[in-house]
Design a binder for this molecule. Structure first.
Ligand SMILES: Nc1ncnc2c1ncn2[C@@H]1O[C@H](COP(=O)(O)OP(=O)(O)OP(=O)(O)O)[C@@H](O)[C@H]1O
Length: 235
């Protein structure tokens, strides 16, 4: 039986803009398991990013409770959440967020210089297949390569959790598949618990677990008996 790594109980997130209240999350009970790759699917505005941000300690919920590995995140101070993110979580976003004036190696070193037990930047870049492009600047790399630098940066500190918000959203299918191959490889090689938000329903076929969102709630959870390799996924 796999161990629970994230648990949420009745979490809500309300954005109060004065005139209207938006229930971004409207009561989410969730369990995620160590070492699994989970895909979050659902229409735009259904609450996926809001949930990911709460799990990653980037945001607080309005109500309800959240635990990471038995530690309650719910009422942590911003300072403690910063330490939680630094020690446990890697993030990958749709638009890479690389520093344009730094090479691939230097972008990764931004993290390895401050993390307690990082892998060398070169090793992280080798893992994502960019061993030969380490001294290139982001503008000299394709979108898929830039995203792989962003993944190298996220994994170089050896996080237990990798949270990816639309990692292939800006990529064509061939480069998207290469990025997914890297995510699967990291998940299998290091057992990194991985959560991937996507609008591309085909990507659910590589997941251990698929969670569907609708109107700020989980509408369905599926466990895949068999999984496809990213190279077998076509879109
Ligand atoms: N800072 C904010 N202020 C007000 N409303 C917000 C804010 N952030 C998100 N929302 C609202 O909360 C709801 C959920 O947003 P969220 O980004 O979590 O959805 P999503 O499923 O990730 O959507 P997408 O797939 O388009 O990224 C949406 O209605 C959104 O407009």
């Amino acid at each position: 039986m796999a161990e629970i790594i994230f648990k949420t109980q009745g979490i809500t997130k309300v954005y109060d803009t004065g005139e209207v209240k938006v229930f971004a999350l409207a009561g989410v009970d969730l369990e995620l398991f160590k070492g699994e790759l989970t895909v979050l699917l659902g229409p735009s505005g259904s609450g996926k990013s809001t949930l990911l941000n709460i799990l990653g300690g980037l945001d607080h919920c309005t109500d309800g409770r959240v635990w990471f590995d038995g530690i309650e995140l719910t009422d942590m101070s911003d300072r403690s959440l910063t330490a939680y993110r630094r020690d446990h979580v890697g993030f990958v976003f749709q638009f890479y967020n690389l520093v344009p004036s730094l090479t691939a190696r230097e972008n990764v070193q931004l993290v390895t210089d401050v993390a307690p037990d990082p892998m060398p930047a070169e090793e992280a870049l080798e893992l994502v297949g960019l061993g030969k492009r380490m001294d290139h600047f982001p503008s000299e790399l394709s979108g898929g390569e830039q995203q792989r630098v962003a993944i190298a940066r996220a994994i170089a500190k050896r996080p237990e959790i990798l949270l990816c918000d639309e990692p292939t959203g800006a990529l064509d299918s061939t480069t998207g598949v290469q990025v997914l191959e890297v995510l699967r490889d990291i998940n299998e090689r290091f057992g990194t618990t991985t959560v991937v938000i996507t609008h591309n329903a085909e990507i659910q076929r590589m997941a251990h677990r698929v969670i569907f969102f609708q109107d700020g709630k989980i509408s369905e959870t599926r466990v895949n008996e068999t999984r496809l390799a990213p190279s077998e996924i076509v879109w």
